[in-house]
Design a binder for this molecule. Structure first.
Ligand code: C5P
Length: 244
């Protein structure tokens, strides 16, 4: 598979064309950003760890019936994925309160929600990814009503599957963000990445934070936490199995 021209560079990844118009290559970068890129750093090995973790998770979701863009991991920092047009929506699912919901609504961190809370954000860095509702997404043409229905039920299913996967390795899935894309055929499938950059993951027994909050809140040992997630997942899942 030939890595062609760079199509897009985001905060944590670069996308490249390939000789197949239906497939692209994703490169995971070592960059870490938080608070809408106001806080930045680079940590050697972060891209490799997120590539490994995201590969395991997308493969596991595929095996459990969730259609997604993942094809295969190519090397330490590259994946081959299906080319999709990413919808300008960030879909956040919360099981326990943390992060922006605590600030926005003045609720305490760590409250267990009676059922998963699904939120939509408009993906626009310049606007700081504002929270929106279904009507905004439909009326501004970011997704149809039918697509939103599918996206939300897929997000809840992914939450069930991921909660189970993480629980089996002693981790509580607090919340996470998903992105969806439209294939050339017009089908909506799960895309982007799922990693400690995009999830809140707490050790089930100690409550220790094993995700990007270690970077956001200067807790230290960021890479150690990501490595811990990868080690636990790779012991029980195929894909992304290799030595660091
Ligand atoms: O910041 P907030 O509390 O809304 O984040 C909820 C979840 O979504 C967290 O797991 C966070 O890492 C993830 N997220 C993300 N990318 C964003 C916003 C949130 O991965 N742009």
């Amino acid at each position: 598979m030939q890595k062609g021209e760079m199509l897009y560079e985001g905060k944590a990844k670069r996308m490249y064309s390939t000789d197949d118009p239906n497939r692209i290559i994703v490169e995971y970068k070592d960059h870490l950003t938080a608070f809408n890129a106001q806080k930045k750093a680079s940590m050697e090995g972060k891209g490799h760890l997120n590539n490994l973790i995201s590969s395991i998770i997308f493969q596991a979701l595929k095996e459990r019936g969730v259609k997604n863009h993942f094809i295969r991991m190519l090397d330490d920092t590259h994946q081959e994925v299906l080319r999709v047009k990413i919808l300008p929506l960030e879909v956040v699912v919360r099981n326990i309160t943390a992060g922006s919901i605590c600030k926005r609504l003045g609720v305490k961190e760590g409250l267990k929600l009676q059922r998963p809370l699904v939120e939509l954000y408009y993906k626009d860095d310049a606007l700081g990814d504002p929270i929106i509702n279904d009507d905004h997404a439909i009326l501004f043409g970011w997704a149809t009503e039918e697509e939103l229905k599918k996206i939300k039920s897929s997000a809840v299913k992914v939450n069930d599957l991921l909660s189970e996967i993480f629980d089996s390795v002693g981790i509580t899935l607090v919340d996470f963000k998903l992105e969806f894309g439209r294939t050339q055929e017009g089908e909506i499938i799960l895309a982007d990445e799922i990693s400690p950059d995009t999830c809140r993951l707490w050790d089930k027994h100690t409550g220790e934070k094993l995700d990007k909050d270690r970077f956001r809140n200067d807790l230290g040992k960021v890479l150690e936490a990501y490595e811990e997630i990868w080690k636990r997942l790779s012991l029980s899942h195929e894909g992304g199995k290799e030595e660091l």
